[in-house]
Design a protein. Structure first.
Length: 243
């Protein structure tokens, strides 16, 4: 691969990442929202370096450029370098959608761990309003688990509003599900709450569920997250489908 093509490739890779971070927003299909701006910065560096290299090549004497390329890799350069084009093709041609039902249904429910919620002791109680109170599935599971292990009971007697997509369970049951990323899509973990008192929506449908927390059936029962629904309403998929 010639030096000019290397510079062009840097511009293409940087530009493609800028496209999915600043234009389409598809970056959240691959990494956490918090990594958006570090990716923008890294992509800008690639674009600037690539453009600077292309400008240098245009101004360089053709004989000096041919001598430089021949000294390093010969006229064609290593063929394996063309594999660097694959990330660009993947972004524009075969970029996958966000993870969804397939990933969530493969999760081993017996090994599902409650998410960690970091709150100060004085702030752990729920705020007085609104009614119903919007809450992430991760926080709901964390507070439910806290009550199950003998900690503070903060969900009792509160109407809550949870949002996610429907995944099937056993015996006709269903779960309200969100996927949580620590860094990127490769480490996504399914957060699932069993919904009671409501028929299952279409698999993968995004819904908003208003209802109340259902405590575990036995005092020693842990890792059970149930929500008694009052109403289930279809909603549009959020721009960022992950928690």
């Amino acid at each position: 691969m010639s030096r000019a093509m290397q510079n062009l490739l840097m511009v293409l890779v940087g530009g493609s990442v800028l496209w999915i971070t600043l234009v389409t927003g598809e970056v959240v299909n691959f990494v956490k929202e918090g990594l958006r701006w570090p990716l923008v910065a890294a992509s800008l560096v690639l674009v600037v370096l690539g453009l600077a290299g292309m400008r240098r090549d245009w101004r360089e004497d053709p004989r000096e450029k041919a001598e430089h390329e021949g000294h390093h890799h010969g006229p064609g350069g290593p063929r394996v370098a063309w594999l660097l084009c694959l990330p660009v093709l993947a972004i524009f041609a075969i970029a996958p959608p966000e993870l969804g039902v397939f990933t969530a249904t493969r999760a081993d429910e017996s090994r599902a761990a409650p998410p960690k919620i970091q709150v100060e002791e004085d702030d752990y109680a729920l705020p007085p309003g609104p009614d119903p109170l919007p809450m992430s599935i991760g926080e709901f599971m964390g507070r439910s688990f806290e009550a199950q292990i003998g900690g503070q009971v903060t969900l009792a007697d509160r109407r809550l509003e949870l949002k996610g997509f429907a995944t099937p369970g056993k015996g006709g049951s269903w779960y309200l599900t969100r996927l949580q990323m620590s860094c990127c899509a490769a480490d996504a973990m399914a957060l699932r709450v069993r919904i009671l008192n409501a028929p299952a929506p279409e698999k993968g449908a995004w819904v908003e569920v208003v209802g109340v927390w259902r405590p575990a059936g036995r005092p020693d029962q842990q890792g059970v997250y149930e929500f008694a629904a009052e109403r289930v309403t279809p909603v549009a998929k959020p721009d960022n489908p992950y928690e």
